[in-house]
Design a protein around this ligand. Sequence first.
Ligand code: FES
Length: 106
Amino acid sequence: MAWHPVAEAEALSDDEVVGVKIAGKDIAVCRAGGEYFALGNVCTHQFALLSDGVIEDGCIECPIHQGRFDLKTGQPKGPPVSKAVDVYKVRVDGGRVMVELDEGSP
Ligand code: FES
């Protein structure tokens, strides 16, 4: 496992999400309620990037069919999504948002 810098902490406002690519993986990094979160960026329903969606009530909402995923657990919050997205550990270090990722995992 390794920590990867993905964004300047001050550059992310509350309820803002950005898409980043680390070791070939699409990851959505967002801030909500002053906390930072990192999840798989590809919706598990059909293809859409969650970083094009919105943050609301502790969830990220897919821009295509409005499927919602819990920011902390990645679990779906109801139809049409039924499969979770991955979640990653996040910390802020030296003003940068860092995401922990196993580069060897599929
Ligand atoms: S593609 Fe995300 S809910 Fe359908």
